[in-house]
Each structure stands twice: as structure tokens, then as C-alpha cells.
Write a protein that binds this ligand. Structure first.
Ligand SMILES: [Zn+2]
Length: 122
């Protein structure tokens, strides 16, 4: 934290604005169990990569997530896990189940977690 915060309402509004989108909430739920590749979000959410990237940029600007590149893949992870307390509170307000299932692994997804790279013999 960077010293005394004089603009607390603005800071909080930034967080709530970042959360106020169904696809961004779906992305954060996907990241509950660890980092995921952009291509996995694409395959799971059924949205184009450009659209997913746009939503990821907003979450990153709000300093909720960060990314790392690994070869051809870009992985995102949550750096403010407290964010899930807010999402869980919103679920409670809506009388929704509190448990979010872990991401589904699918053969059709090209991400390293769904389709582990098999060593190719030369
Ligand atoms: Zn995948």
C-alpha cells in the first residue's frame, strides 16, 4: 500500500467498476483455482480472444490480475484474492450457491492444462 489514501471512495469505485461485468466475473471465477491461459478462457467462455483481452485489460488496470508469458501462451492470475470475498458476498445477496466448480478441462482447448504438451521424438 502506498501511504495514506485520500481518495478511498474513488479507489473502491474502481474495484466495483472492474467487477461490474458478467464476463469479467466469469473470468475471475475461472481464476479461483489458479492461473489460466487466455486460450482456455476463450474456449471456456465462448468469446473471441480480442474480447477476452479487452476484459482482462480492465481487470489488470484495476490491479486485480497480472499476467506472465510462457512461450506462445499468456497466463493470467489473481493478485488480490480478497476480490473473491466481494464476489461471494454478491452471491450471498442473490441467494446463489457459494461454491464455484473448478475449471473444466476439455480436449478441444489448446491450453497447456487441457492439452499437455507431449514430448515429440525427433
Ligand atoms: Zn484449457
Amino acid at each position: 500500500m502506498r501511504g495514506v489514501q485520500h481518495n478511498e471512495p474513488e479507489q473502491l469505485a474502481t474495484i466495483f467498476k472492474a467487477l461490474a461485468h458478467p464476463v469479467r466475473i466469469a473470468i475471475l471465477d475461472l481464476l479461483r483455482y489458479g492461473e489460466e491461459c487466455v486460450c482456455h478462457m476463450e474456449a471456456t467462455l465462448g468469446k473471441r480472444q480480442a474480447y477476452i483481452s479487452q476484459q482482462l485489460a480492465i481487470l489488470r488496470a484495476a490491479q486485480i490480475i497480472t499476467d506472465r508469458r510462457d512461450g506462445m501462451n499468456i497466463f493470467y492470475r489473481v493478485v488480490r484474492p480478497e476480490i473473491y470475498a466481494l464476489l461471494d458476498a454478491a452471491r450471498a445477496v442473490n441467494s446463489l450457491p457459494m461454491s464455484v466448480p473448478p475449471p473444466i478441462r476439455r480436449e478441444s482447448c489448446p491450453c497447456p492444462k487441457c492439452t499437455p504438451v507431449v514430448a515429440v521424438a525427433d
